[in-house]
Design a protein around this ligand. Structure first.
Ligand code: GLC
Length: 742
């Protein structure tokens, strides 16, 4: 009996150790902290990117490294972890990290594409799969989700977030955090999430990356903060500061956002990491005089760990001795770091099974989920004459530089995605439909920037020999992402010419766009009968697009960011304020302006003479192969108290020929506030799947408290008054229903 008793005891201890409660963790931190030298504390605050392993191991052995990033080889991570745990003085495990942004090996659509699904479940599942694949290799911290609101498609990192809307970004950011962290963060298949970039990075002036973000205080609170607050409430274990400044203060040195808001108001007890050298870059900003000044400003503002500026490890011991930073501040930072490591179970389970790490990548269930996400992320922007689905064609010409582009299809931030595993549209069309449809392939352009028009005449001639043309255009992966801003959002190279050449054949033309942002594709719409916008759809994009083209799947994606007519309209977003002179939509545009027109003859409203006011396609827009109608939209009362919930009911009808999914959207407008309010704000959405001809009673329940905002007195509350509410298939449709809040 004795062995059994021993086993039971051992199991009990292991269970106790692995599921340390909060108090146990704090006691373990206290005990460890009391043993640490100042140098060892600063070592925990130092994050280093993968480099020469022997040198890294020596730094780790000396206790000078708390976290490593960009190492993805499980054997190398195990080797460095053994040095930390078994050879350093205190045996504190390393925290291996990586930008696992939209998948690790199995690549999901870029986050902007995932946002087009309006489906938190598929995003949670994708993050869960990313955590399984990455944590198997030893990566226990990802720098994701990026929940920066982006209202300007010139900014290359619009690809990496969830678009322009605060509510959608909040909901999807939480789903991603839940996916990464799982139910029990100390479990093996979990990673700490990182809510980034705190804050306002997406408002870079001019859409030019790293530029200052001119965000007024109330807009900061009402538009940019809610997704981060939702991240704290969802238990995000880490935050990352942003490169940008707001009103002269770089986020990495901004005590108001990092301590007053994040810690004191929101109660965040996780860990804050700087962005890559963002501490050191405060010198270039002109906010810090030198490395020590930068480190002192960062750590006093509330940054716990320094990513790759080396200023913390290099200067803070001296800064403490000079009294510029208290050891109490250092201890607080180290406490946050150790708490994260305890919560991840790294002290109990620092190593990974290298064999399992190899086996779990690209599991069939992972690929199936990635395909589902790619199907749901595609937006049908145009479908004249029901060109799609291609049910009746017997032959197609597949053309364009993105038809068979395994690297570029993965999109930006796909460090660990492998092009060799990418399923391209050409491969899928051949495999899935090649026995029923003659598939001719002629790319005509070699890559998205290819300016060579020499093949277009042949393209036109070849198109005349088939029933339809499917042209895959868009952006190479490198044309979006960090530091990849664009001032011109038209299709690059000769891609628009390619569509024109295809159209000249007289055959139906389907354009499929793979891009990292909403491009200005207005001029291309006249050269195609249908357009499917799939962003960069990831590893399984080919199968997803092939099934959408032939009606096996039906498009359900909705625009998470406005499609502009022209880059000159940026920044543009649906939830804008009305101004005192809102556009009427009847303004005289430049080609109709009479000669010698009098100065005031055109009217005085807020619009562009050349591109009018409205967008090409609004936020929330997306077609289907079927049609949907919204009937009987009603609310349960005319007046609501502050603690009430608005109960909205409506009937959704599938009035077409295909079983399909609609994303019903709930919008609200506060007609008069102590400050001006947006003309619409998304407050709810749901995916509703109906069979052809089916109709269903549906509901939204909206607590009145969700109408709160920071008003004139900088207090956040729901202001009484008149409101309007819409239920529709996009942000520009539907009829308003009035109600009052008392
Ligand atoms: C980059 C990015 C940040 C990323 C970090 C580590 O510069 O701004 O989002 O997580 O460095 O790669």
């Amino acid at each position: 009996m004795k062995p059994f008793r021993i086993t039971l005891t051992v199991l009990a201890f292991a269970a106790l150790a692995s599921c340390s409660t909060g108090n146990d963790v704090e006691r373990r931190i206290d005990k460890l902290l009391s043993k640490m030298t100042l140098e060892e504390k600063l070592g925990q605050m130092n994050q280093l990117s993968q480099g020469d392993e022997a040198w890294m191991c020596e730094q780790i052995r000396q206790g000078s490294v708390g976290s490593i990033l960009n190492e993805v080889d499980p054997a190398a991570i195990n080797r460095m972890q053994r040095v930390a745990v078994e050879e350093s003085r205190l045996g504190i495990p390393l925290l291996p990290s990586r930008d696992v942004i939209h998948g690790f090996r199995t690549m999901f659509p870029i986050p902007l594409g995932q946002a087009a699904t309006f489906d938190p479940d598929i995003i949670r599942e994708g993050a869960r799969i990313a955590a399984i694949e990455a944590s198997a290799c030893g990566i226990r911290w990802t720098f994701s989700p990026m929940i920066d609101i982006a209202r300007d498609p010139r900014w290359g990192r619009i690809a990496e977030g969830f678009g322009e809307d605060t509510h959608l970004t909040s909901e999807l950011g939480v789903a991603m955090i839940e996916g990464y962290q799982g139910d029990e963060t100390s479990g093996n298949a979990t990673m700490a999430a990182c809510a980034k970039h705190f804050i306002g990075y997406g408002a870079a002036e001019g859409g030019r990356d790293y530029n200052g973000s001119p965000i007024p205080m109330r807009t900061l609170h009402n538009v940019y903060m809610p997704p981060f607050k939702a991240a704290v409430d969802a238990g995000a274990m880490t935050f990352m500061t942003s490169f940008n400044e707001i009103d002269g203060i770089p986020s990495t040195g901004n005590e108001y956002i990092l301590r007053d808001i994040l810690r004191d108001e929101w109660g965040f007890d996780g860990m804050v990491v700087s962005d890559w050298n963002s501490a050191g870059e405060m010198i270039a900003h002109g906010f810090a005089a030198d490395d020590m000044d930068a480190a002192v400003k960062a750590v006093n503002a509330g940054v716990d760990m320094d990513m790759m500026s080396h200023t913390f490890i290099g200067t803070l011991a001296e800064a403490v001795r000079e009294g510029k930073v208290s050891e109490k501040t250092i201890d607080e930072a180290v406490r946050n770091i150790l708490r994260l490591k305890f919560r991840l179970g790294l002290f109990e389970n620092p190593y990974v099974d290298e064999k399992y790490a190899a086996e779990i990548q690209y599991a069939p269930a992972h690929l199936a989920a990635a395909k589902k996400a790619a199907v749901e992320s595609a937006i049908l922007l145009k479908n004249d004459g029901k060109t799609l689905p291609l049910n009746s064609v017997r032959s197609i010409l597949v053309t364009g530089p993105m038809a068979d582009a395994p690297h570029d299809q993965l999109g930006t931030w796909s460090f660990d995605g492998e092009a060799s595993h990418t399923v391209t549209p050409l491969a899928s069309l051949r495999r899935m439909f090649g026995d029923k449809v003659r598939i001719v392939y002629y790319p005509a352009l070699m890559y998205s920037r290819d300016k060579n028009k020499g093949n277009l005449a042949r393209l036109t001639a070849m198109a005349r020999s088939v029933d339809a043309v499917v042209a895959f255009v868009g952006e190479e992966a490198i044309l979006s992402g960090e530091a990849h801003s664009l001032s011109d959002l038209n299709l690059k190279g000769a891609q628009s010419d390619l569509l024109r050449a295809a159209k000249a054949s007289g055959r139906p033309v389907v354009a499929v766009v793979m891009a990292g942002r909403p491009l200005t594709i207005g001029r291309d719409l006249e050269n195609c009968d249908a357009m499917l916008y799939s962003y960069h759809p990831g590893t399984m994009g080919g199968d997803a697009i092939a099934e959408l083209l032939f009606g096996v799947e039906v498009p359900s994606g909705k625009a998470p960011a406005t499609f502009l007519k022209d880059a000159g309209q940026a920044p543009f977003y649906y939830n804008h304020n009305n101004t005192g002179r809102p556009a009427s939509g009847t303004e005289t545009l430049i080609d109709e302006i009479p000669l010698c027109a009098g100065q005031t003859s055109l009217g005085c409203t807020s619009f562009y003479m050349d591109s009018g006011f409205g967008p090409l396609f609004p936020f929330g827009y997306g077609l289907s192969y079927t049609t949907f109608e919204y009937d009987g939209i009603s609310i349960d009362k005319e007046e609501y108290g502050q603690n009430d919930t608005i109960h909205v009911t409506f009937t959704l009808r599938n009035t077409g020929d295909y079983d399909a999914t609609e994303v019903a959207q709930l919008y609200v407008r506060d007609l008069v506030g102590s400050i001006t309010r947006p003309i619409r704000e998304l407050k709810g959405f749901q995916r509703i799947t109906l069979k052809a001809g089916e109709s269903r009673e549906c509901t939204f329940d909206l607590p009145v408290e969700e109408l709160a905002f920071m008003g004139f007195d900088n207090q956040t509350r729901v202001e009484s008054g008149d409101f309007q509410l819409w239920v529709a298939g996009d942000s520009a449709s539907g009829d308003p229903i009035p109600f009052r809040v008392l």
